[in-house]
Write a protein that binds this ligand. Sequence first.
Ligand SMILES: [Fe+2]
Ligand SMILES: [Fe+2]
Length: 348
Amino acid sequence: MTNGPYRVLIVDDEPAVCALIQDELRREGLHCTVATAPEYAIRLLDGKTFDLVITDICMPRIGGMDILVYARRKSPNCRVVLITGQGTRDLVAQALFLGAFDYLEKPFEAGELLAVVLRALHDEATLPALAGRAAAAMEFQGQAARVSLDSVLALVRAVEAKDANTRRHSEQVAHYATSIARAMGLLTRPIESIRIAALLHDVGKIGIPDHILTKAGPLTVEEFQHIYRHPALGAEILGTIGLFKAESLLVRHHHERWDGGGYPDGLAGEESPLGARIIQVADCIDAMLMERTYKKGYSVEKMLSELARCAGAQFDPKLAAAATAWGQSHPEALFLPGKTAPAYKEVA
Ligand SMILES: [Fe+2]
Ligand SMILES: [Fe+2]
């Protein structure tokens, strides 16, 4: 991001739409360049750096999604806002996955345009709200059941893609959580619910600014406050999607502790739902085994002894015992296929 005046590229094959956007943004002191042909936009992106690209999705030959991918590849700091119409609403989830910052739906008011542009230029995290809008757009299309999980998983992948340390984290946590749930003798339906919640448990991290999420050194108190928001934020995102009401509760409480010292609600013991307690143990197992750029992963033996040591304080003692028994009897099953301890070596 430059220090202003910010440079904005407006791409739309309708000159009238370009002119309208340009007029509004110039009034705000932004430096605008217009491309009414997508090919020209690509040439501009080759030669110049833009802080923001506003592009129509539906254009002949080269579409807005191509412009999005190209702009992000050329300059990862460039924000892209897509303009959608009736026929392109279902592309919103895919656009999010590809790194779009937000979208505007035609016809839009000048006020909406300015609000989105200012958020984009000032780096405010809007994706939780966006996820809700994406879900609404897809429900409108009558495709909610099929695409909701995919679209939220796209958000999870977007979070994990930002940080090599957490890549495949959700998948691995879902593996531990379902294995522990099975070891506890839970039935198929709750296990499936736990699996979905585990896959999505960190989706709220989409609301954490990138520089905090990927910071290599220790975090400040203020930065921790952002991190602490992610379970509630994740629950909020899932709560907007009718299908995931039950899972949203598990996501909200995945950082509670057995002794009540966790967050966001400080629930103690069985006040936190069983599924959330299982995901909490699974999450910690992965955190311990995971090799990060700044730490080695624990050995399986050390992880199991930590589980035992923290039982009754951090972890539900029954779950810690079940997880330990499972880990001891199935050490070969700890890691997903294709992985060996330490868990994240090949993707670090
Ligand atoms: Fe988390
Ligand atoms: Fe996590």
